[in-house]
Design a protein around this ligand. Structure first.
Ligand code: ATP
Ligand code: MG
Length: 414
């Protein structure tokens, strides 16, 4: 017999949870729309090169986490581990450079081969935004403000801290890199195997290590701020000033580096203390080098992505699915008439459950199980008078209502 378990790290999303996800996605989309960001979607798989070139050879994603396969035509394909690379690819292949600046919102599944645990899956969902073609610090401010607005709208801003750092421009990063290599070299043999490898290729990523021993060593590493040049400092000052103007609180965290190689200047994460080690719910930064690195015209970019599953675990006030109204024929002969009424109400926008079988009491039971808010009971005597009985299933109150005004009467339940 075939293995009928879902693949490790993947999950079925049942109606209740899907409703939570949808509410979060829609909230994010609505807020993004208010900032002028419009929704796009890119394919969930791309040529592997798209990710390899952009995420960098040293990122965890490229070295360990990608779902890569050869398709039947012999092309090397990767299921997208994140959204930004695909958007950058779209900018280039779609020839959109003359339309800059561009403001995009996206949502959808992402795939990473990681060790599954609470808040960490192999197929998970993100919603994100990208602002392309805005090299000014005002872009960073807007993007962070949009993230804060989404969290605020979800009632989660007070459960998170905005952590903020700057990775400066390329010169600053190079000089910091030298200092880090010199520092970590002294502890080389104490570093985790991963970090020893990073030391050669991208020492900045050691700062991001989740290994305990690495973290002890990182604690005394040189600070990035000491390596920032004038331009980098000025840029960051403009970002923090903008956040101050908007009264968006942040905590400077000089150890915050984004996991991906293409980031520069602003890096930020909204983290929560309520989800254990998987505490980052929304993270992003500036990636001016990305599009150029992919082979397009150098284009500024800044954006973020939020983990839907993590937001869903945190969010409390998510509205429930609309409660249906049940249409219940008292006798089988009234099935057709009931069906007509159901259809009419649906066309007017009501959410209607119409049982498939059973007597009245069985159908009422089913209506309760479906959390119906009311039932419309269609009986022969009432129908004779051109009416039906409407029962409020929460209070049990019921009354006869003329079919002519039935729709109006039912409005109280929506
Ligand atoms: P982490 O440090 O938790 O691994 P990351 O730096 O790899 O996160 P990003 O690439 O910045 O994460 O992705 C943005 C957001 O997507 C994360 O903050 C998180 O909320 C969510 N996310 C990332 N990986 C996963 C995963 N495997 N399962 C569920 N959500 C995830
Ligand atoms: Mg990760």
């Amino acid at each position: 017999m075939a293995n009928l378990q879902p693949v490790r790290g993947t999950r079925d999303i049942h109606p209740d949870e899907r409703q939570r996800h949808r509410f979060i996605e829609e909230t994010a989309r609505n807020v993004a729309a208010r900032y002028g960001y419009t929704e796009i979607s890119t394919p969930i798989f791309e040529f592997s090169e798209v990710f390899k070139r952009t995420l960098g050879d040293t990122s965890d994603i490229v070295t360990k986490e990608m779902y890569t396969f050869e398709d039947k035509g012999g092309d090397e394909i990767t299921l997208r581990p994140e959204g930004t690379a695909g958007v950058a690819r779209m900018l280039i292949s779609g020839g959109l450079a003359q339309d800059l600046p561009l403001k995009y919102f996206y949502r959808g599944p992402m795939f990473r081969y990681e060790r599954p645990q609470k808040g960490r899956f192999r197929q998970f969902h993100q919603t994100g935004i990208e602002l392309l073609g805005v090299p000014e610090p005002l872009g960073d401010v807007e993007v962070i403000a949009l993230g804060a607005s989404v969290l605020n709208e979800l009632g989660l801003l007070s459960k998170t801290t905005l952590e903020l750092n700057t990775l400066g421009n390329a010169e600053s990063r190079n000089s910091y890199r030298e200092k880090l290599i010199a520092y970590f070299n002294d502890f080389r043999s104490d570093l985790s195997e991963d970090s020893q490898d990073r030391l050669e290729r991208n020492p900045l990523r050691i700062l991001d290590s989740k290994d305990k021993q690495d973290q002890n060593i990182v604690a005394n590493a040189p600070e990035f701020s000491e390596s920032l040049d004038g331009e980098s400092k000025e840029f960051f000052a403009a970002v923090t000033e903008g956040l101050d103007v908007l009264s968006i609180a942040y905590r400077l965290n000089s150890r915050l580096v984004r996991g991906l190689d293409y980031y520069c200047h602003t890096a930020f994460e909204f983290t929560t203390w309520e989800l254990g080690t998987q505490g980052t719910v929304l993270a992003g930064g500036r990636y001016d080098g990305l599009v150029g690195q992919m082979g397009g015209t150098s284009t500024a970019g800044v954006g973020w992505a939020a983990g839907i599953e993590r937001l869903a675990m945190l969010a409390e006030d998510i509205p429930e699915e609309v409660r249906p109204i049940a249409i219940i024929p008292v006798v089988p002969e009234l099935q057709d008439k009931s069906l007509e009424i159901a259809q009419d109400l649906r066309s007017r926008g009501f959410t209607i459950e119409f049982g498939y079988r059973g007597n009245m009491s069985r159908r009422l039971k089913r209506a309760n199980k479906l959390n119906a808010i009311a039932s419309v009971i269609i009986g022969p005597d009432e129908l004779e008078r051109g009416a039906a009985t409407v029962r409020n299933l929460d209070s049990g109150d019921q009354q006869e209502v003329s079919l002519e005004v039935l729709a109006d009467h039912l409005k109280q339940f929506s």
